[in-house]
Design a protein around this ligand. Structure first.
Ligand code: 0WD
Length: 255
């Protein structure tokens, strides 16, 4: 089913083949979409280019975009505009916090660490939406990734949980602003998945084990499951849905 045939999406936050962003990219590709990738630092460039090259039948544009820089975000979307004109959506799969602050008590978060997590993990969605809007002339959909730690105090998630709460509130305000342009904004709250970022969260293994043992579906979330939900959120099937946070976590959030 080529639900996204003729559509172009920007995928931000691929670090390697385990990245949730890469799961999303594969699902969007299978649904017939054309993809553009962005990477944060030169260190990531090769890995993103190599992965993008594995997508059959398309040569994807791959561009630098450090979301902590307004100039970077603006020049990235300017380059996208010059290359393709119109886009139909963005997958924002970006987060960062200092590793020392992803363990122990949240109370020990310092101002710098707090602002860093907010900057990269929450504000970046607003910065990206502002630029993307100008290219989304046919309307479309913006999807970001969050975690249950934004709704509940989850051990060790700490400053990232506070950033996710801010990200989830941003989804609602952006949905409210952009609805009149036919642009929908939603979040996917993914269950824990073993990625590079997840390695930063202290005792991640026990969080994973808890899902496998107690979640209604009794298994860990996969990047494919998140990717397929992203296809739904990017496609016309979800045309009445905006400002929403869909949990793709084997049902763990109902417990
Ligand atoms: O269990 C998990 N892995 C979950 C992740 C559960 C629920 C949600 N998420 C979220 C994360 O919080 C994040 O928002 O999913 C998103 C993607 O995370 P991921 O796939 O788990 O992690 P990873 O493969 O490491 O990708 C995150 C990427 C960065 O990778 P590195 O490893 O270099 O930090 O975010 C990007 C970068 O590619 N990133 C940036 N992109 C642009 N500018 C920046 C930046 N300044 N900083 C990080």
């Amino acid at each position: 089913m080529n639900l996204l045939e003729g559509k172009t999406y920007v995928v931000m936050g691929v670090a390697n083949q385990r990245s949730i962003a890469w799961g999303i990219a594969r699902s969007l590709h299978s649904a017939g979409a054309k993809l553009i990738f962005t990477y944060a630092t030169e260190r990531m460039e090769k890995s993103v280019r190599d992965l993008a090259a594995t997508l059959e039948g398309q040569e994807s544009l791959v561009l630098p975009c450090d979301v902590t820089s307004d100039e970077d975000v603006a020049s990235c979307f300017k380059a996208i505009k010059e290359a393709v004109g119109t886009i139909h959506g963005v997958a924002h799969c970006i987060a960062f916090a200092n590793k020392e602050e992803l363990k122990g008590e949240y109370l020990n978060t310092n101002r710098e660490g707090f602002l860093l997590a907010q900057n990269i993990s929450a504000y970046s969605l607003t910065a990206v939406a502002k630029e993307a809007r100008t290219l989304m002339t046919e309307g479309g959909s913006i999807v970001t990734l969050t975690y249950l730690g934004g709704e509940r105090a989850i051990k060790n998630y700490n400053v990232m949980g506070v950033a996710k709460a801010s990200l989830e509130a941003s989804v609602k305000y952006l949905a409210s602003d952009l609805g009149k342009d036919g642009i929908r904004v939603n979040a996917i709250s993914a269950g824990p998945i073993r990625t590079l970022s997840a390695k930063g969260v202290s005792d991640f293994n026990s969080i994973l084990r808890e899902i496998e043992e107690r979640a209604p579906l009794r298994r860990a979330t996969t990047t494919e499951e998140v990717g397929d939900t992203a296809v739904y959120l990017f496609s016309h099937l979800s045309r009445g849905v905006t400002g929403e946070n869909i949990h793709v976590d084997s049902g763990y959030h109902v417990l």
